[in-house]
Write a protein that binds this ligand. Structure first.
Ligand SMILES: N[C@@H](CCC(=O)N[C@@H](CS)C(=O)NCC(=O)O)C(=O)O
Length: 211
């Protein structure tokens, strides 16, 4: 089987993929990349991901970047874990909607709230529209999650939307709403997420100690 390697810094968006890999249950290696030492801007890493960003994974000779693309890829590549909604299943459209909604709507809406633009951009020109609508759509979506976005099945879409909500509420950039709290309560019970949180704490300490 082709080797899976996660290029990782804890905590960062690569923790999203770390969580996904734990859900997957396939063997993987971690290659730590230090932002502090600028390793992500070194030629060796830029040869792998010219964006100089994490997460990045290597599966055999294939390099995949962008957290949501990586989660979609892993879920489809390892269907035994049942983290995808396969082609042909009528639920796949909604599943893909949530996978794309994270990076194309939630992340830019939250980033704009954190670092407002000097000049207000027209709603129609912004892919996410506006912050309040994104939050309303998200709240309605997770309120209907029984218990997960795709129903009984936990999928890669929960890894993406769950990570966005965890990060956004932690930094108080996403408002506390009962719908978010209830969904996050269920997400935080995932054993794979608990394992990753512990592992990431150790990896962060190792990186900070310069090991
Ligand atoms: N669009 C990318 C964003 C990745 C990203 O911005 N990662 C940050 C860490 S959270 C990073 O690598 N920052 C280092 C840098 O830009 O120098 C994704 O969703 O995976």
């Amino acid at each position: 089987m082709s080797k899976l390697t996660l290029y990782h810094a804890a905590p960062s968006r690569s923790s999203i993929v770390h969580w996904m890999l734990e859900e997957l249950g396939e063997p993987y290696d971690i290659q730590l990349v230090s932002f502090k030492k600028g390793e992500n801007r070194q030629p060796e890493f830029l040869a792998i991901n010219p964006m100089g960003k994490l997460p990045t994974i290597k599966h055999g000779d294939t390099v995949i970047t962008e957290a949501a693309a990586i989660c979609t890829y892993l879920a489809d590549e390892f269907p035994k874990a049942k983290l995808n909604v396969p082609i042909g299943d009528p639920r796949r459209g909604v599943y893909l909607k949530w996978l794309f909604f994270g990076p194309s709507c939630v992340e830019p809406a939250v980033a704009e709230r954190a670092w407002p633009r000097k000049e207000v951009a027209p709603r129609s020109a912004l892919g996410f529209g506006d912050f309040d609508t994104v939050m309303d759509v998200l709240a309605k979506g997770v309120a209907a999650a029984k218990p997960y976005l795709m129903g009984q099945q936990f999928t890669a879409a929960d890894v993406i939307i769950g990570s966005n909500l965890r990060w956004g509420t932690m930094f108080k950039l996403i408002p506390e709403r009962p719908e978010f709290t209830a969904y996050l309560g269920r997400i935080n019970e995932r054993p794979a997420l608990k394992r990753v949180t512990e592992k990431d704490k150790k990896l962060q300490a190792e990186q900070e100690a310069g090991l």
